[in-house]
Ligand binder design. Structure first.
Ligand SMILES: [Zn+2]
Length: 246
């Protein structure tokens, strides 16, 4: 049974109620609905816990998709109790971690504006993220940091627009990512838009993002690595370049 993905309509939803619809042999739990984001598109799945009626907790590792993208699996850590089918649970996302991932993920979008090259890979992390670009010439990391931070401080709105899979197929140019497939297959695709009327950027993405760029906070390019002749890996971290030595 498909899981209703509540986070899709509200990235700031940290708790919700859900009913157990399946418990897999390996312990993975399916619920009728969830605010937990499942690993995909370079963003790690949410961790946190499920609260039972008696107040006890089922601690969860990173959430992932099941056999299809519309199934979301909550994965208990070792030694947790198993809920009953039909049991009602209160879901609690590890919010400080998720919020960092949202800020980082949004920072990666801004980086793709500053470096307008095709993206060949990306991984969002709590402390550091990386984005790989198909670019022959290197860039100055301090200049990239300065441009990134102007986009952050200009406080552009970040919002979603929904288009159909067909509309996306008819407009392949809006996809910047060469290897990361846009989140198609659910009938509709979310475009992450930055700036009034998407003036800064718009890009298909199924991840979670903050609602204005100022929320990203201070970020900087910690390192630029050469990955082959036509590839540069940019590592982005929270803080300022001075925090390197600290
Ligand atoms: Zn995104």
């Amino acid at each position: 049974m498909p899981t209703k993905a509540l986070y899709r309509d509200d990235f700031y939803l940290s708790t919700a109620e859900g009913t157990v619809t399946a418990v897999h042999e390996d312990g993975a739990i399916e619920l009728d609905q969830t605010c937990f984001y499942a690993t995909s598109g370079g963003q790690p799945g949410d961790t946190g816990f499920l609260e039972r009626a008696d107040g006890s907790k089922i601690l969860l590792g990173p959430t992932r998709h099941g056999a299809t993208k519309d199934i979301i699996l909550h994965v208990p850590l070792d030694g947790q109790s198993a809920p009953q089918l039909g049991e009602k649970l209160v879901l609690h996302v590890d919010w400080p971690r998720r919020y960092k991932l949202m800020r980082m993920h949004t920072a990666c979008h801004l980086l793709s504006v500053v470096c307008p090259f095709p993206i060949t890979g990306a991984a969002v992390g709590e402390d550091e993220s990386r984005v790989d670009f198909d670019m022959g010439d290197t860039v100055n990391k301090d200049e990239v940091t300065a441009k990134l931070m102007s986009l952050v401080s200009e406080n552009h709105p970040v919002f979603l627009q929904w288009i159909t899979d067909e509309e996306l197929a008819a407009n392949p140019d809006i996809v910047k990512s060469k290897n990361v497939r846009p989140p198609v297959g659910l009938g509709r695709v979310s475009l992450v838009c930055i700036g009034e009327n998407s003036a800064v950027d718009s890009q298909p993405c199924g991840g979670t993002h903050v609602s204005e760029t100022q929320e990203v906070g201070a970020v900087y390019i910690a390192r630029i690595e050469k990955k082959g002749k036509e590839n540069r890996r940019l590592r982005i971290r929270f803080g300022t370049p001075d925090s390197e030595s600290a």
